[in-house]
Design a protein around this ligand. Sequence first.
Ligand SMILES: Nc1nc2c(ncn2[C@@H]2O[C@H](COP(=O)(O)OP(=O)(O)OP(=O)(O)O)[C@@H](O)[C@H]2O)c(=O)[nH]1
Ligand SMILES: [Mg+2]
Length: 338
Amino acid sequence: MAFFGFGKKKEEKKEERIEKVEPASPAVTEQQSAPEQEEKKGLFSRLWNGLSKTRTNVAGRVDELIEATEEIDEDFYEDLVDILIMSDMGVRTSDKVIEELKRRISAQGITDARKARDVLKQILKEIMDMPRKPLRWPMIMMVVGVNGVGKTTTIGKLAMRFKDARHSVVLAAADTFRAAAADQLQIWSERAQVPIVRHSEGADPAAVVFDGIQKAKASEADLLIVDTAGRLHNKKNLMEELRKISRIVSREYEGAEVRTLLVIDATTGQNGLQQAREFSEVADVSGIVLTKLDGTAKGGIAVAIMDELKLPVLYIGVGEGIEDLQAFDAGAFVDAIF
Ligand SMILES: Nc1nc2c(ncn2[C@@H]2O[C@H](COP(=O)(O)OP(=O)(O)OP(=O)(O)O)[C@@H](O)[C@H]2O)c(=O)[nH]1
Ligand SMILES: [Mg+2]
């Protein structure tokens, strides 16, 4: 899998470990050891279970349509586009997918509706197979998103994930908006056994980031993950807050790679898409974490985000467990919903 390019030799080793916990397609090769196969099957089954609602909604309906189709005609395409739209793929993206499907079906002379299913899967995989930047250390991940989307939970899961891959991680509780936010992050830091930097409620988020950077530098940490109160209640505030933080980062942490992860709750559907649009106008969003896919039948939102906003979905949440945050893999994702 070519998700991440590699940098220096030392980094290469670490990256390989990350690769190991990538989700995998169900096809496992014979060369892989039994434990590796088990691990890949385990990850795929989490993905499979997590996407079961979407699978019933999308694949279930597509199968019914195919069953009922004698020949591929306009009605077939109209019914199919409705299924895609109902999965929250968005009207524009769904139309585009169907146009491409028509073109390929006609070019390949396909008449069997079952074959159309494979072509459809291929098109979706291509749309979602977006290039993503290689991981580079030291890195600061700023985590933003509206209330309750799963920012803090995602940070906890990410901390565990990178720590398991032998990276040293520091957390910064820059969501100083309410006291409970830092307490919640602290619980995750204890679970993941990574250090946390926190100030009192109402403190300046940039000051927390400043201290987080000092801690990360002193301990030569690879990764500083920042929990922000990056809510979009007021665009100007958010923009200023992020700018201030980024000034501190460039002044205090030369050479650090800064990434902004936008967390979107998949159960909010087209609303989530709108949030992503607004955030990306304000912040330089590197990629999306799409959470709570297990709670929705409308996982098609992932396709809409990537197609309409050209932002890669980097991680997906398919449950509340630690293993339920997975690096996004277009092939595995499409295979799990069809
Ligand atoms: N089912 C499911 N629940 C999730 C997932 N990710 C997060 N949650 C739940 O979503 C709820 C909100 O998560 P938080 O991490 O507190 O969200 P937040 O964005 O930090 O919230 P605020 O700090 O209040 O803005 C919690 O109950 C989490 O357990 C997921 O992938 N699947
Ligand atoms: Mg939070």
